[in-house]
Design a protein around this ligand. Structure first.
Ligand SMILES: [Zn+2]
Ligand SMILES: [Zn+2]
Length: 485
């Protein structure tokens, strides 16, 4: 999931209510346009500078060294930060939304205004990818296709999932304002609508995936039979298994769709080429694990439920730490201060709590991946090939050493083929090295796995109770009033 696009959407549209707009005269449209394009150019040039350094280093050493990879990772992060930071400045420093709405006179346009408001971010992202491309090419064992196709691929991947969802949300907001003008500002109504839209997006997500990524049905054959047998063993229902075509550039897999009757599992072409059938089954098992443990649904609940905690926390911090009045009515200055407080708390909250939750869930899916290829004997080998014949035995038992090894091999191969450092940190997944270390620590210790599962269940229950209590309190104290416009 492209997190930076989510942040950009929040910057562009989530702060509308908090920061009062000041109209932009037509005459200052062109200078501001030039400034916005200068920021886009800066992103592209920074990316190109990093890519040039990376390429020079690879040439000097004759191979992709870990130093070069680290430099590239640092460059990607810098470009990402510059893209988002620059976009924040374009939105709030240049007043970009008002440039579009009052400067270009598009306030009442349907969706066109939203698209133009988001455009600088999209352009900055493309400029960043374009600049980094030579560096990425130098690092990869199998360089990606030509730059234009590469950019199109990246753009489809990044925008395709989130943009249709954002359009549904913004259309729903427009229609709600038109049809229920009196109740559409009510926080309860807003929350209910967000929950309904969130559910709709989750149900439609598989359609967005097919729209935005080139995919084809995994052809009939031994691999498909193997994965279908695995699915049958766990009662995992899906609409289809798809090959996600990346021209060999990305080694990845995913599952989309919270509902059993509309759900795809996706495996990239490079994953199918680069991993052996046992490892592919292990990765497939990881995706089944996300569904079996209902991770998608819990994330949806988490996002909507967090609104209560956030509004409460922002009221408390604003009233007690910053010494502000904390009441619903306030001057423009206090509205801005409270808005900024909410924003900072929101970023900190998601960075911390969502990060922890996501890494726990990834681990839980990893464990499920191991289970999917485990034979149930703590002392294997010999380890039977579970899915080679139609009559897959129903083995339920502890993780087995060979099963864990197959999953770990799959993880390490995915990292190596993607040119990722095993120790590279990942906010959402955790580093490959830590994931491997954890799984290897479970070998021969069924009680350690049980403890882990109990820990995740406790985290979920605790979080759910906290979120529900937060929502209840936020409505009860009226803090939720500060959520809507
Ligand atoms: Zn996962
Ligand atoms: Zn085994």
């Amino acid at each position: 999931m492209p997190v930076s696009l989510l942040i950009a959407l929040f910057l562009a549209f989530g702060t509308d209510a908090i920061l009062p707009p000041s109209p932009v005269p037509r005459g200052s449209v062109v200078p501001r346009l030039i400034e916005a394009m200068a920021e886009v150019g800066l992103v592209g040039l920074t990316a190109l500078a990093f890519a040039t350094l990376v390429r020079a280093r690879v040439r000097r050493r004759g191979r992709a060294t870990s130093g070069a990879r680290r430099l590239f990772a640092a460059g990607s992060r810098t470009v990402g930060a510059l893209t988002l930071g620059g976009y924040a400045w374009i939105i709030h420093g240049l007043g970009w939304p008002e440039v579009v709405r009052s400067g270009l006179g598009l306030r009442d346009a349907i969706l066109l205004d939203e698209v133009l408001i988001l455009l600088p971010f999209v352009l900055a992202q493309v400029a960043g990818w374009w600049g980094l491309y030579p560096g990425e090419r130098a690092l990869l064992a199998r360089p990606p296709a030509g730059v234009a196709r590469y950019l199109a691929l990246r753009a489809r991947q990044t925008l395709g999932m989130v943009l249709p969802a954002a359009l549904i949300f913004s259309l729903a907001q427009d229609l709600a304002r038109r049809w229920f003008p009196s109740t559409s500002e009510d926080p309860g109504f807003q929350m209910g609508m967000m929950a309904a839209m969130g559910a709709l997006v989750m149900v439609l997500a598989p359609a967005f995936v097919r729209l935005s990524w080139p995919t084809r049905r995994l052809p009939d054959g031994p691999l498909r039979d193997r994965l279908e047998r695995l699915s049958a063993r766990f009662g995992f229902r899906h609409t289809d298994i798809l090959v996600w075509e990346t021209e060999g550039a990305i080694v990845n897999a995913g599952v989309t769709g919270a509902l059993p009757w509309y759900r795809y599992v996706l495996l990239t072409d490079a994953l199918i080429d680069g991993l052996d059938p046992h490892e592919i089954a292990a990765v497939f098992g990881h995706e089944v694990g996300h569904i079996r443990h209902r991770h998608l649904a819990f994330f949806g609940f988490f996002f909507v439920g967090s609104m209560g905690i956030l509004t409460l926390a922002s009221d408390l911090v604003y009233a007690h730490v910053l010494g502000g009045p904390g009441g619903p009515a306030g001057s423009t200055g206090s509205t801005v201060a409270q808005g900024a407080t909410t924003l900072l708390l929101g970023v900190g909250y998601f960075a911390a709590i969502f990060g922890v939750l996501s890494r726990r869930f990834e681990r839980q899916a990893d464990v499920f991946g191991c289970r999917a290829v485990s034979c149930g004997r703590v002392d294997c080998p010999p380890h039977p090939d579970l899915y080679s014949r139609p009559d897959t035995p129903a083995v339920d038992g502890p993780l087995c050493p060979v099963g864990i090894r197959m999953f770990v091999n799959a993880l390490e191969n995915v990292a190596a083929l993607n040119g990722m450092e095993p120790t590279a940190r990942s906010w959402r997944h955790g580093s490959i090295a830590r994931r491997v270390e954890f799984l290897e620590g479970l070998e021969g210790k069924p009680q350690a796995e049980r403890r882990f599962q109990v820990g995740v269940s406790r985290l979920r229950i605790g979080l759910a109770l906290g979120l529900i209590a937060g929502l209840f309190l936020a409505f009860w104290t009226g803090a939720i009033e500060h959520l809507g416009p």
